[in-house]
Design a protein around this ligand. Sequence first.
Ligand code: ADP
Ligand code: ASP
Ligand code: MG
Length: 446
Amino acid sequence: MPGRSRHLSINPGLGETDLLHVLAKSWPRGFTLRPRIPMALIVQKYGGTSVGSLDRIRNVAARIRRTRDEGHQVVAVVSAMSGITDGLIRLAKDLSANASEREMDVLLATGEQQAIALVAMALRDLGVDAASVTGRQAGIVTTGSHTRGRILALDPALMRRLLDEGRTLVVAGFQGVTSEGMIHTLGRGGSDLTAIAVAAALKADVCQILTDVDGVYTCDPRVVGHARKLPEISYDEMLEMASSGSKVMQSRSVEFAKKFGVVFEVRSSLNDNPGTIVTEEHPNMENVVIRGVSIERSQARVTITGIPDEPGMTGRILSALGEAEINLDMIVLNIAHDGFARISFTMHSSDLGRAQAALKRVLADISAAASIETEAGIAKLSAVGIGMRSHSGVAATMFQALGDAGINIGMISTSEIKIAVTVDETRIEDAARAVHDAFRLDREPA
Ligand code: ADP
Ligand code: ASP
Ligand code: MG
């Protein structure tokens, strides 16, 4: 197949995924600290807080140099300094009520570009022959919409050449270019995706996501102080946790890692403690019923009543929301009464205004009896674990814990490995602690 050894093609169906399973094989189970391979190629991703000040940037440079001094090649993927991306978004909003997404991408990509230049400078001060590499130079080709680009392909030819020259690379996270050369960003937290994709394309021996916590915990340690760091977690659990609010990893990056077999470790950029290995599940993992608990704030619920009980109605309503690019989360359709059905769904509260506008248009066509009720100020709590597949009574334990804590449940949704509920946003932290304690997640599993 042309380009087989050089191109990472992420399009499903192109049959190139097999060559990307190398990473999984090169990671002996239980591996936590240092690669056993004497001269490994290591991808290290440093998030915004890890490069949040000049001192932190010097710390990152020292860490990269240490890894180099141990004989390894390093490709560091770097995020914008903390606060920079948010600051740029604010700036654009203050300037214009309808900033174009194309220009938002051009603006936001500057955050990472600033960070890679600074990290490369700090490395050069330490005597490391470092080169900054933008998304385009890294060969990251994207598709999809502005501000939500998806990686279509990655041609690592330039990165390989620079590595072969003995250089240490500092790659901009969160950005790529379309085949027409337009700048795309990869969605919030998108540097995680860059790191996983670069590790896959370079067939790196090790991929480390270095952040401001020691690993993936049973719940955000800022919410549950006694949450426990997990030694390992399966892709599916990490994916469910990430997509239900655990922002320690961007959910799309986990999906990507699973698809291409990239085993990675989440660990701290500030100490040498072993982190959490994210990998394919193995039979022992099923012994644990709940691996972790996630929370997601700022949710809103919309309920539509008076929908004629006829085929196609739900499809029309959901299509209108899809066309307005509103991501729905939970969806509940109630059994119809007197010829009318009722549907409720949740979304991020910032989408509520656009959702109402889109719904008014479609409901005017559907029925004069239809009306919309909205409720903001709700949050979602999810309990996740692959052990749910083989253990019963999980929902009962969770609901009882919430009831005992006096917390009312709004909507419920379940998947094979997740139970999620909405609660009043003011009670979400109490809810997380109650469920965490009910499943004794602070204790090592027996
Ligand atoms: P970075 O800037 O390195 O990308 P993020 O802020 O995106 O870091 O992610 C790290 C943060 O994720 C932590 O500071 C923590 O508050 C939060 N977090 C949420 N859920 C979890 C969890 N289950 N385990 C660890 N951290 C979590
Ligand atoms: N700087 C981007 C963000 O804040 C990407 C990242 O940090 O991963 O979302
Ligand atoms: Mg992040």
